[in-house]
Design a protein around this ligand. Structure first.
Ligand SMILES: NC(=O)c1ccc[n+]([C@@H]2O[C@H](COP(=O)([O-])OP(=O)(O)OC[C@H]3O[C@@H](n4cnc5c(N)ncnc54)[C@H](O)[C@@H]3O)[C@@H](O)[C@H]2O)c1
Length: 201
């Protein structure tokens, strides 16, 4: 992917709380354009509905969904200036659900359809919007999930490729969707999960 001349600004919880009202201003101010927006911050809580109180529900939705909406909305003027694009981060559990993950599954399914809605509205302006849906990937989130469930962390898997994914494999999918090679791709969902969803309708 050609990235020369790109401005890169990564933000993390230490810089900006993406759920705060001024998050997009803090993250986007001073940029004169944007080639690619990847609103990737996310949290997971492995609970059933009855185990999920209002505060937890709102925290997960604010982090996983509302921040994606606000960043996409507020980045559009910058993306227009440079013919930029958006890659959102869904999840395999945005396509199918899983046990004890009501708030997470709901938030990620919404991100998948938010992506499609944005692609429809902004395609005529040349702004492409796509979603990468990772399966289990070896990051701190997956380790925290194992802790929450009281399970040992295990990099093997019953999925077709018999292993969990690597973060760079998700990054490669994002990079491809952002590249000129994907110039006719918008509103789509690219699943990067070692085949876990291959048997799902
Ligand atoms: N790891 C997996 O198995 C997996 C699977 C499917 C989808 N995903 C998605 O991939 C994305 C990245 O997750 P990850 O696996 O790298 O998890 P991670 O926990 O390693 O990283 C998540 C990042 O989000 C940041 N973050 C969380 N809340 C924030 C806040 N309020 N303000 C600012 N930053 C905040 C954290 O600081 C962290 O850097 C998430 O959207 C996640 O839902 C991950």
């Amino acid at each position: 992917m050609r990235t020369d001349g790109w401005q890169v600004r990564g933000i993390d919880r230490d810089d900006v709380d993406v759920t705060s009202a001024d998050a997009t201003r803090l993250a986007l101010d001073g940029l004169d354009g944007l080639d690619l927006l990847v609103p990737a911050a996310g949290i997971v809580e492995r609970h059933t509905a009855e185990e999920t109180d209002d505060a937890e529900w709102e925290r997960v939705i604010a982090t996983n969904l509302t921040h994606v909406f606000r960043f996409c909305r507020d980045a559009l003027p910058l993306l227009r200036r440079r013919g930029g694009c958006i890659v959102t981060i869904g999840s395999g559990w945005g396509m199918v659900a899983g046990p004890r993950a009501v708030s997470y599954a709901a938030s990620k399914a919404a991100v998948v359809n938010l992506t499609r809605a944005l692609a429809i509205d902004h395609g005529p302006e040349g702004i492409r919007v796509n979603c990468v849906c990772p399966g289990d990937t070896d990051t701190p989130m997956l380790r925290r999930e194992a802790e929450q469930l009281g399970e040992p962390f295990d990099t093997s898997s019953s999925r077709p490729l018999r292993r969990i994914g690597r973060p760079e494999e998700v990054a490669a999918a994002i990079a491809w969707l952002a590249s000129d090679e994907a110039s006719n791709v918008t509103g789509t969902t690219l699943v990067v999960d070692g085949g876990a969803l291959a048997g799902s309708p």
